[in-house]
Design a protein. Sequence first.
Length: 285
Amino acid sequence: MKPLLQLLRLPAGFSAFSNIIAAHVLVTGAHVQWGVLLVTILASVCLYFSGMVLNDCFDYAEDARERPNRPLPSGRVPLRIAWWLGAGLMCAGLIMSATLGMRSLLVAVVLAALIVAYDCKKLPQFPASLTMGACRYANWCLGLSVVPFSLTTLVLPLPLFLYVTGLTLLSDAETGQASKRLLYQALACIAASMVALLVISIWQTANVLSLMWVLIVCGYVVQVLQPVLHDFSKDNVQQAVGRLVMGVMLLDALLLAVFGHFVWAVCIVFALLLGKWIGRWLYVS
């Protein structure tokens, strides 16, 4: 069971459903449609896990050389089973999205296409990172799709798009592509995401409490990146990426807090702590 959970990146899956919860709560004004929320979460998690599995399937040859202890190259999970699992999860996510309506299905189709575009490794480094950021943006839009989109709601996931783009650039250093240029690009994207969060906070409330939440998240990101800035090694990068992946949930909690949904923000933080606890046994990057 553990190899399968490692293949799925179970702890990172918490960030997928936190996106959906945050988007749904914000767009409905906390008047939660529980049935819709549950189905949307299941659809999102299926699509997210399909991306994790298919990514390892496409990376099989590289992992066999550089990370032979992972579930697929080690033989603990057969490659053929992994292909079927990834495809099955993606189909399940699309089917569940279809039950929510055409708007949700279209978003899910775009998300699935972005997942495949990233996983197949045909894109150059920076466009690939943008594609991964777009995956996170689309996942948020899946949560927003319970109501018609507006310019205001479509702005909300921009910090997540920038943050995940930078995170993906940084994660490329795990595979031996470390360079200062790569680090600076990643830092620029992550810094831009923090600025976007600050702008949204000021635009929405412009109060001291919201600014404090933004500063806390910024402090967390800086603290995570410090070892990488001191020593840009693969080990430090892998640890930072794992923590930053879970940090996506902090951004969800921050957006909820900025809009006054403090109880939901606390729920996301508790889910983050649970994910980090599970991550002690299962890697997330």
